[in-house]
Design a protein. Sequence first.
Length: 156
Amino acid sequence: PHHLVEAFRATLEETADADLILHLLDASEPDIRERMQITQSLLNDLGCAEIPQIHVLNKADLVDYPLRNEPDTVWISAKTGSGIDTLLQMIAKALPQTAKRMRLCIPYTNGSFLQCIREEGKVFSEEYTADGTVIDALVEVRRQKAAEQYLLPDTE
């Protein structure tokens, strides 16, 4: 309904910063196509037309599949769990690759770089050696080129 759209507009404006939009719909609703169109129109108005989207149609266990061949659409059942694996695969495929797991030995003289890795990524382990700090971490794309000089041989 239009009044709800206006009430949630500020919240929906946050969507413009998303990497991926999951549009969750109740597949058992009779006016599902209209709801999809209204939501798409609102997202376009908010400047989200270029953000990848996946339409997630829940309650697949209750209805026929009238939108079966729609692109970027997955049928799931939260009740039975069907379709969840497909949804997760679609999400992984749609999200930009932002981090890579790397095992590095960063010299103590470059503590600022080590701190960037800690703040921006996820550290799995950290060990202090004679040569520097050995760290196993997810390294953000923008830091990967600089990190290559510290890459340990047993890492791809």
